[in-house]
Design a protein around this ligand. Structure first.
Ligand SMILES: [Zn+2]
Length: 303
């Protein structure tokens, strides 16, 4: 009887959990879906990236150490940051935004396919994949370990400037060392989907209620996706923030993968200001939550 009762109270407790925590595969997705009007936006957690201060050189400082130790981390880092893709659904339609790392960064990642399966979606059922940019932690998951197309029927949608940059032999030859492996993966993706790439030039409607918003700087064709239904809005801002802990208070701190750090800072400040002014709900590929932005001293906070 005692075990029967405890099982019943466990079930009652489970019923109180947010949807998603007691489904198979929930450990892979790690997050409950967000509702945006009639849209459902499900973060697909690919893994956790150990961001080291050397990857954000301004964080190798007393201010960086203070933030890390204040969060219970070593002052030398790393700061574990999520890597997300997103499944966006409305009625019978669905779209994928980014695809995670795949096998590019080893066995700690590559969970997007399992997270999709937990949502009842097979790779061959995905028709459209929007790409925030062509960095390996966003497009590595488009490839099988043998570097073939993992999504047999999908069209990729990406900014023309992004395709041009990663296809440019001159850019590859003069890129800093940190960006060389990124060229390799981006070019493998472009080669694996040769006739299935739709190029955008700037702002564009991706689907009714969903717009591409250019956010250049991190990469030339980096973009966010703004989802709106009535008064409900959510901006999925790609890599505007790589570390909530370090960059919300210090929006001028850049990562070594920014192709144009000055433009990345300007874009980050512009979009944080806009989100704060409009009460816009935001999330991103390296955020574990969605929230609104508030000004906080010289920086910002995600509420
Ligand atoms: Zn990224």
């Amino acid at each position: 009887m005692a075990s029967h009762l405890s099982r019943r109270s466990l079930l009652a407790a489970a019923a109180l959990l947010p949807l998603g925590l007691h489904r198979p595969g929930a450990a892979a997705t790690g997050a409950a879906p967000y509702r945006v009007g009639a849209f459902t936006v499900t973060p697909l957690r690919d893994g956790l990236f150990p961001l080291e201060p050397r990857m954000m050189p301004a964080a190798e400082s007393p201010a960086g150490r203070a933030l890390l130790t204040g969060a219970g981390l070593s002052g030398d880092g790393p700061s574990p940051e999520p890597v997300n893709a997103f499944l966006i659904r409305r009625g019978a339609r669905h779209w994928l935004l980014d695809a995670g790392c795949g096998t590019v960064f080893g066995p700690d990642f590559n969970r997007v396919t399992a997270a999709l399966a937990a949502e009842g979606v097979r790779p061959d059922q995905v028709e459209t994949i929007w790409l925030s940019h062509l960095h390996a932690d966003h497009v590595g998951g488009l490839l099988t370990p043998g570097r073939l197309a993992r999504f047999a029927n999908a069209e990729l949608v990406v900014q023309e400037r992004e395709v041009a940059y990663w296809s440019d032999a001159g850019a590859r030859a003069t890129a800093p060392d940190a960006l060389r492996p990124m060229f390799e993966t981006a070019q493998a993706v472009l080669a694996a989907y040769p006739d299935r790439i739709r190029r955008l030039s700037g702002e564009a409607e991706l689907a009714p209620g969903i717009r591409a918003m250019p956010l250049p700087g991190h990469t030339p064709g980096h973009m966010g996706v703004l989802i709106a239904d009535g008064a409900d809005r959510l901006l999925i801002w790609g890599d505007v923030i790589h570390s909530r802990l370090l960059q919300m208070p210090h929006p001028d701190w850049t990562v070594i993968w920014d192709t144009d750090p000055g433009e990345a800072i300007a874009t980050r400040r512009r979009i944080l200001d806009r989100a704060a002014a409009e009460g816009l709900s935001v999330t991103g590929m390296h955020l574990a939550a969605r929230g609104r932005i508030e000004r906080d001293g010289a920086g910002y906070a995600l509420i």
